[in-house]
Design a protein around this ligand. Structure first.
Ligand code: EPU
Length: 291
């Protein structure tokens, strides 16, 4: 493969520690480009060699196959992609920046409205690709513009009206999201801090963060709760290998040791079948599966 010499391409790179589930094999190729020019070049070479490209955020909503992935895994983890700055009263956030950093920045600038994202272990890009949300708000609501790269390496600036956000889905997912411009309200730092603490407390109360996990496994069916339905099937505590359905929140699967992707997927299939048989409802996975 004719990768540019200056790109530090790694072959057979272990991905396990790049997923909050701590599950998964190796990436055939892995790279953290330093800027958009390098990203564009990598995309081009991958295209010429018919290699699939995977964009890795914080790996917090992801199950990676035990066999790993064939193709190029790109992590936007260099300082360039993690920049956060003020732009005419709005916040410009790079895709690779952690949501926690975004919240800290907005608090420091007394900008209010992103606190609901507190405790989500994702990146700004990942949060937008899947329109992350909780406590009745979604990330898409904050977006004014998004800067993206298409599969041909062209950069576009999309206005809010050109982007579609629905429950846990966004039209941005077909692009590589580079950065976004978020519109927040002027607020008071003390109040913002209070909100952050409140949301973190709520999350600790209802969710199960005791073992490596990927957040909610299934989307909620309309006007229903996947966690409640799974609990009603009596599945709390059910396990396949090292993958366990949480006793606290049934829409969480915990990796209590050496769970494999195979274990998780099998447990998901069992769960989906039982919910379908009992309630005639189809559970759609919220997590992404890389095979
Ligand atoms: N419930 C049960 N049993 C359970 C879990 C929940 O009966 O095992 C009940 C709860 O008692 C509550 C209802 O189901 O009455 C809803 O539960 P919860 O408030 O925990 O919210 P959720 O619908 O399970 C959603 C999002 C979360 C988000 C929270 C808070 C989805 C799939 N999940 O969870 O997002 O943090 O609301 O707003 O939309 C994620 O996307 O990864 C995620 C964790």
């Amino acid at each position: 493969m004719n990768w540019p010499k200056e790109s530090r391409i790694r072959t057979n790179y272990p991905l396990k520690n790049n997923s909050t589930f701590r599950i998964g094999g190796c990436a055939q190729f892995f790279c953290e480009p330093k800027d958009t020019a390098e990203l564009k070049l990598l995309i081009k070479i991958a295209g010429q060699n018919k290699l699939p490209v995977f964009i890795l955020g914080a790996g917090s909503n992801l199950v990676i196959s035990d066999k790993g992935v064939r193709g190029l895994v790109i992590k936007l983890g260099s300082p360039y992609f993690k920049r956060i700055s003020l732009e005419k009263g709005n916040i410009r956030v790079g895709s690779g920046a952690a949501l926690a950093q975004l919240i800290k920045f907005s608090r420091d600038k007394s900008l209010q409205g992103a606190e609901f994202l507190s405790g989500i272990p994702g990146t700004a890009g990942g949060g937008l690709a899947m329109n992350a949300g909780c406590w009745g708000s979604v990330m898409g609501n904050l977006v004014k513009e998004a800067e993206v790269m298409d599969k041909g390496g062209r950069i576009k600036n999309l206005k809010r009206s050109q982007i579609k956000f629905v429950y846990r889905k966004s039209s941005l997912a077909k692009y590589i999201i580079l950065s976004s411009l978020l519109s927040l309200k002027q607020g008071k730092a003390r109040e913002i801090e209070k909100n952050i603490k409140k949301y973190l407390g709520e999350r600790r109360k209802s969710q199960d963060l005791t073992w490596p996990n990927a957040g909610c496994i299934f989307k909620n069916p309309e006007n229903n709760s996947a966690g409640r339905l799974i609990e009603l099937c009596g599945l709390k505590g059910r396990h396949v290998g090292g993958a366990y359905i949480s006793e606290r929140h049934a829409n969480f699967i915990l990796n209590k040791g050496n769970a494999s992707a195979k274990d998780v997927l099998r447990l998901m299939r069992i769960t989906g079948k039982q919910v379908k048989d009992k309630f005639k409802l189809l559970l759609e996975p919220e997590i992404k599966i890389w095979k």
